[in-house]
Design a protein around this ligand. Structure first.
Ligand SMILES: Nc1ncnc2c1ncn2[C@@H]1O[C@H](COP(=O)(O)OP(=O)(O)OP(=O)(O)O)[C@@H](O)[C@H]1O
Ligand SMILES: [Mg+2]
Length: 198
C-alpha cells in the first residue's frame, strides 16, 4: 500500500534526517563506508515492491553499484548485481517469489524514447535506473530519487598506483567494481516524487 508515511518510514529505517527547511519528501544521510552503503541498499530493498522505481544519481565510483547490490540482497533477487556496462538493462529474478529487479544503465541512452524502447515492465518489477535523471520524468509519475555525492571530490583518479612494476597484471581483475576508490563518507540525498511515496 502506498499512502502517507511510506517515505518517512524509509527515512527513519535508514537513519536519514529531514534537512531544515525542506519538505516531507526529502531526507539526507551520511554513509561512511562501502559496507554501510551496502547495508543502506539492503534496508531500501526490503521496503520495495512491484511498481517501485528508484532513480540513482552519482559520479563514477560514487557507490551506485555498491548500493544496488545491497538493494538486490534486501529484495531477495538472484545476483550478482554488477554495473550493467555492456547491457542497457539486466533483470534479476526473485528468489523469494517477489518482484524481479531490473537494473538499468541509461548512461549511453540519448532520450526518454530510447529508454521507453527497452520495454521495461515497470508495473511488475522493481526498477533501478542509473544515469536516468532527465529521461525517466517523461515515462513515470512517481519514483524515489537517490543521489550519492562525494563531498571530498573525485580523489586521486582511479588507482593505477602500483601499475608498471609487475608486468602489467591488473590486480583488480577478479572484481572490476571494487577496490579503486579510497574509503570516504558519501552524502546521500533521498527525494520522493509522486504519489507512491507521498
Ligand atoms: N562511503 C562509501 N560508500 C560507497 N562506496 C565507497 C565508500 N567509500 C569508498 N567507496 C568505494 O567506492 C567505490 C564505489 O564503486 P561503485 O562501483 O559502487 O560505484 P558506481 O557509482 O557504481 O561507479 P560507476 O559509475 O563507475 O559504475 C568502491 O570501490 C567502494 O569501495
Ligand atoms: Mg556502477
Amino acid at each position: 500500500m502506498s499512502g502517507a508515511g511510506r517515505f518517512a518510514e524509509l527515512a527513519a529505517a535508514v537513519g536519514a534526517s529531514v534537512p531544515a527547511g525542506s519538505g516531507p519528501g526529502s531526507a539526507a544521510l551520511t554513509v561512511d563506508d562501502p559496507e554501510r552503503m551496502h547495508g543502506f541498499g539492503v534496508e531500501v530493498g526490503r521496503r520495495l515492491g512491484a511498481g517501485d522505481l528508484v532513480l540513482l544519481t552519482g559520479d563514477l565510483g560514487a557507490g551506485k553499484t555498491t548500493f544496488t547490490r545491497g538493494l538486490g540482497e534486501g529484495l531477495g533477487v538472484r545476483g550478482p548485481v554488477t554495473s550493467p556496462t555492456f547491457v542497457l538493462a539486466r533483470t534479476h529474478p526473485s528468489l523469494v517469489g517477489g518482484a524481479p529487479l531490473v537494473h538499468v544503465d541509461a548512461y549511453r541512452l540519448g532520450s526518454a524514447l530510447e529508454l521507453d524502447d527497452l520495454d521495461i515492465d515497470f508495473d511488475h518489477s522493481v526498477v533501478v535506473v542509473e544515469w536516468g535523471a532527465g529521461l525517466i520524468e517523461a515515462l513515470a509519475e512517481s519514483w524515489l530519487s537517490i543521489t550519492i555525492d562525494r563531498p571530498h571530490g573525485a580523489g586521486e583518479g582511479a588507482g593505477d598506483g602500483a601499475a608498471d612494476g609487475a608486468g602489467g597484471e591488473a590486480d583488480s581483475a577478479d572484481d572490476p567494481d571494487e577496490g579503486v576508490e579510497p574509503i570516504e563518507p558519501r552524502q546521500v540525498a533521498l527525494i520522493a516524487v509522486g504519489g507512491r511515496w507521498a
